[in-house]
Design a protein around this ligand. Structure first.
Ligand code: KG4
Ligand code: ZN
Length: 357
């Protein structure tokens, strides 16, 4: 089975060709970073126009790299949400057009499911597994029990963790996108223990997260330093922030592991996914935790942690081989929680805070 995947839900335009033998035949990603940088964040209107401008060419490139024509495809999968709706519409309409013209099945993929199932593409992880999904718009702990079977064990009560990275980067004058810049600054720190930050929710019952207090604490330190940071101040604060996030994530995951093991005594891997999973300090902290708990730890390669279309093609394959596809009147969904009993997704408002998944 060979599937074309399309991803356009935020600021990456991407197309990929993947097979059910877990082979990535092509995986092209075009970042719109330069289009959005002057605004300090993703501008939905600019994102949608850029997807429209580039998607056709990227699909052509992916098909050429895979060495196939549309006639060789078994299905077309596109992100159907959640995300910035203008972009999602571009991807969905393009996928529907190819499907209609070629008489192919169309699969609308939940972007979060794309992240959630990536570890099965890269590492053939078996169900069930415990998933920490950490991205620009989400921070969740989920028991993944099968395709479409996600049970939420914890979520953020305020900011998503990627959002906290992005806001902290802004406070530190590091610019956009925040996550990778905070990670680089932290690596340069000379005294990572210099600043003390609160560890929200640490040791509390349950598996929920909270990050807004942490961001406020960073702001207070910036103010105490007179609002002007030397490079050393900035790097030390970035390191303190990153270490605190890693500690909080590990604490919450530790609790979730206990619950997961009670429900699944036969065990399962600890998997991390989403853009923040690209952070090496966080990966190594979680890997230590998994080792202590005698669990397999799986983190996808960095380029498959951040948004891409290989994960969308793969989630399409997982659904399609279970006999699922979507009608051509599928309506793109700006909100689309993974688990059935999720509370409404916490929104992000304003320029520089587009709804990311
Ligand atoms: O999954 P993703 O690419 O897009 C969404 O679906 O949200 O995640 C993007 C988020 C951004 O908030 C970005 O700052 C964060 O992931 N991120 C990182 C790193 N790389 C990306 N956060 C921390 N460290 C990184 N290396
Ligand atoms: Zn994402």
């Amino acid at each position: 089975m060979i599937v074309l995947g399309i991803e356009t839900s935020c600021d990456e335009t991407a197309a990929a060709v993947v097979t059910d033998a877990r082979e990535i035949r092509a995986d092209v990603v075009l970042s719109q970073l330069d289009d959005h940088t002057p605004y300090g964040g993703v501008v939905p209107e600019i994102a949608a126009r850029a997807h429209l401008q580039h998607l056709d060419g990227l699909i052509r490139r992916a098909m050429d790299e895979a060495g196939i024509g549309f006639g060789d495809l078994d299905a077309v999968a596109a992100t159907g949400g959640p995300g910035l709706i203008g972009g999602v519409i571009v991807g969905v309409m393009t996928a529907k057009a190819i499907a209609a013209a070629r008489g192919l099945p169309f699969v609308a993929v939940n972007h979060l499911e794309g992240h959630a199932l990536t570890a099965r593409l890269t590492d053939d992880v078996a169900f069930p597994y415990l998933l920490l999904l950490v991205s620009g718009g989400h921070c969740q702990l989920l028991a993944v029990e099968g395709v479409g079977r996600y049970r939420r064990l914890g979520t953020t009560i305020d900011d998503a963790v990627g959002e906290a990275f992005d806001k902290t980067a802004k406070l530190l004058g590091l610019g956009y996108p925040g996550g990778p810049l905070v990670e680089k600054a932290a690596a340069r720190a000379t005294n990572p223990a210099r600043f003390e930050l609160p560890r929200p929710m640490l040791g509390r019952p349950g598996c929920d997260f909270s990050f807004s207090g942490l961001k406020t604490a960073v702001r207070r330190h910036v103010e105490e330093l007179g609002g002007v940071l030397s490079e050393t101040d900035r790097d030390d604060l970035a390191a303190a922030f990153q270490a605190t996030v890693a500690e909080v994530l590990a604490d919450r995951c530790g609790r979730a592991i206990r619950r997961f093991k009670e429900e699944h005594p036969q065990g399962g891997a600890l998997v991390v996914a989403g853009g923040v999973a690209a952070n090496k300090a966080i990966r190594s902290r979680l890997s230590m935790l998994a080792e202590k708990q005698r669990m397999r730890f799986v983190a996808p390669p960095l380029r498959l942690c951040t948004d891409n279309a290989a994960m969308i093609a793969w989630a399409g394959i997982e659904r399609f081989r279970l006999g699922e596809s979507d009608p051509l009147n599928f309506a793109p969904r700006p909100r689309w929680p993974l688990d059935p009993d999720a509370a409404p997704v916490i929104g992000r408002a304003g320029v520089g805070a587009g709804v990311k998944a």
